[in-house]
Design a protein around this ligand. Structure first.
Ligand SMILES: O=C(O)CCC(=O)C(=O)O
Length: 264
């Protein structure tokens, strides 16, 4: 469980580092099964593209930039189902969102390849899955140690207080913020070890640099929400998720039908 001090840190800064959420045994099963899922099912060409790349990558790096991605690991591997349902995780997220009920919205692998792992421009996650309010936290489950050379996550501390911002969007680019105004160099670096989780608010501005190390930097982002926070667009819209704390409250306009969708 998180402490009151950690809750206050999160409220002030919009992110929180939770060391060693998963023990060695859990991590080994998650890591081995993740490797299998990556080899067998994942998209190996998932690096984000767009004009922002010229500020983050040389031409040569841009050519090689690699990201392996896949959604919903719990549909592929039992170790991940157990990891997502871990009670301490549900309780910690409940405390941070001040709620008695927590739902998993999505789960997405970001694996940066060795020596050419693709960077992420500064952005909020809200354009990818907009919700009606702020009761939403993303958690990065670290499968490898992540540091400056392997492209660890970085945050603009306190930026969640700005609320949802307009992003640069378009068919040729991933949503991102203007690179001159929101700079990776100004962000707080949060290195983490395998087994750690790094949490951040849906509105916290974040990004990460190239993986220049010779090793993989694998992490899995898990979206947690208070189910009362109604989604209004984007990834996994209309799909109820796994409840990991409490019971689903009835939300007006969101009656779950027998097919498991929101009234569709
Ligand atoms: O994997 C990373 O380094 C960045 C993750 C990220 O930007 C995100 O999950 O929205």
């Amino acid at each position: 469980m998180v402490t009151q001090e950690q809750v206050e840190f999160f409220q002030e800064n919009g992110y929180l580092h939770l060391p060693q959420v998963f023990d060695r045994e859990e991590l080994k099963a998650m890591s081995d099964e993740l490797d299998y899922v990556m080899e067998t099912f994942a998209n190996w060409n998932a690096a984000w593209k767009g004009p922002w790349r010229k500020d983050y990558l040389s031409d040569e790096e841009s050519e090689k930039a690699q990201l392996v991605a896949i959604h919903e690991l719990q549909h592929y591997a039992a170790s991940w189902t157990r990891a997502l349902a871990k009670q301490e995780v549900g309780d910690s997220l409940g405390a941070l969102m001040a709620t008695d009920t927590v739902e998993i919205h999505h789960c997405t692998l970001h694996a940066k390849g060795p020596s050419a792992g693709a960077p992420f421009p500064m952005h909020q996650d809200v354009p990818f899955y907009p919700h009606s309010d702020g009761r939403y936290i993303d958690g990065l489950v670290h499968m490898d140690d992540a540091n400056e050379s392997s492209g660890n996550i970085k945050f603009l501390a306190g930026s969640h207080k700005l609320g949802p911002l307009e992003h640069i969007t378009g068919p040729e680019t991933a949503p991102h913020l203007p690179t001159d105004k929101y700079r990776l160099q100004d962000a707080v670096s949060v290195p983490a070890e395998a087994g750690d989780m790094v949490l951040f608010h849906l509105w916290t501005i974040h990004g990460s640099a190239v993986n220049n190390s010779g090793a993989w930097r694998r992490l899995v982002r898990v979206g947690f929400r208070d189910p009362r926070n109604v989604q209004v667009g984007g990834q996994a819209l209309g799909r109820p998720g796994l409840m990991i704390k409490g019971v689903r409250p009835q939300v007006e306009g969101q009656e779950v039908n027998v097919y498991g969708n929101w009234g569709r």
